[in-house]
Structures are given as structure tokens and as C-alpha cells.
Design a protein around this ligand. Structure first.
Ligand SMILES: [Zn+2]
Length: 67
């Protein structure tokens, strides 16, 4: 089946009977990411975990207390 990446609009063909195709058809996942974007998102997520995801949350909490 043909699938379109939601981020970069690349159209890819994936195996009709692959797990990913099955999930898309069953709407367990409703968007497709090409391998490039998929990797980029994974990297960004890891980076966020390493640097500041928790700090950001704390800063926001402090602001709320001031109000
Ligand atoms: Zn993409």
C-alpha cells in the first residue's frame, strides 16, 4: 500500500502485509512517518530526555506559583 509521511509528504510504498500496514488499516496508528522523520523524532525525543525536559516542567511550575 502507498503511504504518505505526515511530516515531509514523502510517499512510500510499504508491504501490504507488514505490521505497519496492518496497524494503519486498523487505525491503531493513524499517521505514517517515513524512516527519515521517524529517526529524527526518535533522536529529538532522546535529546529532550537528556537535556531539560524535566527542567522545563519545573520552570513552568514555578511560574504558576507566582501567579
Ligand atoms: Zn518524512
Amino acid at each position: 500500500m502507498q503511504v504518505k509521511c505526515v511530516i515531509c509528504d514523502t510517499v512510500n510504498t510499504i508491504e501490504d502485509y507488514s505490521l505497519q500496514a496492518k496497524r494503519l488499516r486498523n487505525r491503531k496508528i493513524n499517521m505514517y512517518l517515513c524512516p527519515n522523520c521517524d529517526n529524527r523524532i526518535k533522536e529529538n525525543t532522546l535529546k529532550r530526555h537528556e537535556t531539560g525536559m524535566f527542567r522545563l516542567y519545573e520552570e513552568k511550575k514555578k511560574e504558576d506559583e507566582l501567579i
